[in-house]
Design a protein around this ligand. Structure first.
Ligand SMILES: [Zn+2]
Length: 50
């Protein structure tokens, strides 16, 4: 059985739109262009800011 919860098996998320993305843990903000891979910070993917 493949353990999907392991980090290496998580699908790579791409930014749907250009904008600022924030880490839900440490609140670091990064500006991404549409189509860029969403980086991980503190073990979690960064989230789009609204
Ligand atoms: Zn962080």
């Amino acid at each position: 059985m493949i353990k999907w919860k392991e980090e290496g098996f998580l699908p790579v998320e791409k930014a749907e739109k250009e904008g600022d993305y924030v880490c839900p843990i440490c609140h670091k903000v990064l500006h991404l262009e549409a189509g860029q891979t969403i980086p991980r910070c503190c073990g979690k993917p960064m989230e789009p800011m609204d």
